[in-house]
Design a protein around this ligand. Structure first.
Ligand code: ZN
Length: 216
């Protein structure tokens, strides 16, 4: 599958017509530089070769990070007025590109439709916050001789909770995770996702640890 396409465009300042390259597929798990450009807001900027003017140009692209279980069809922000129509189109496109994107491997997360790269930027920034908070929790958990169990990133993202949870004892059960989260909270009550994860887990039932990522 091609990951770039070329298109003839006109500079909005001087009218110069030139060929520009656009990413059609961005692999967030393989290209840290492109992911960084999305986070910093430079991803859709173009520079005119004649007047050196910089302007933004939105084209639809796919963002995929299998490690983080994130697949987004990012469409121009102007499409948001007809989001129903474009979401239906995305579903069709998804079925068409799925075999190439995943090479037949099972996919346990759903694609999402975003309008404008800004929506993807916001999502990646929120993920980064959650990753940082998870890192702090993991450091504290190791210091306290607790174990760690990774959660399915797509399920954690839906609830804005930690990407892993601490637990004590031989098995990662829901109860063991709640107890360990309480210990972390007692030591640092500024970690909002630690609290939220505990609250989410308390509302569920059963012994099994919710959203547990299967170890390879
Ligand atoms: Zn120009």
């Amino acid at each position: 599958m091609a990951t770039k396409s070329s298109m003839r465009i006109d500079c909005p300042s001087c009218g110069e017509s030139f060929d520009a390259d656009f990413w059609t597929v961005v692999r967030g798990d393989r290209d840290a530089g492109l992911k960084e450009a999305i986070i910093s807001g430079e991803f859709d900027l173009l520079m005119c070769p004649r007047c050196r003017g910089v302007f933004s140009r939105e084209e639809t692209f796919i963002y995929l990070d299998t490690e983080m279980e994130l697949l987004a069809f990012v469409m121009p922000s102007s499409y948001s007025g007809e989001s129903g129509k474009w979401t239906a189109k995305m579903r069709e496109d998804y079925e068409a590109v799925k075999p190439t994107l995943f090479q037949g491997k099972p996919v346990e997360f759903e694609p999402r439709c975003l309008f404008g790269v800004n929506e993807l930027t916001a999502l990646l920034l929120r993920d980064r916050d959650a990753e940082e908070e998870t890192d702090v929790m993991e450091f504290m958990a190791r210091e306290a001789d607790l174990r760690l169990a990774p959660l399915l990133p797509s399920r954690a993202r839906e609830r804005d909770i930690l990407f892993s949870v601490p637990y004590s004892g031989p098995e990662p059960t829901r109860g063991a995770a709640i107890e360990a989260l309480k210990k972390i909270e007692a030591a640092n009550d500024a970690l909002v996702r630690v609290k939220r994860t505990r609250e989410v887990f308390e509302k569920l039932s059963g012994d099994a640890l919710p959203f547990l990522k299967k170890q390879p």
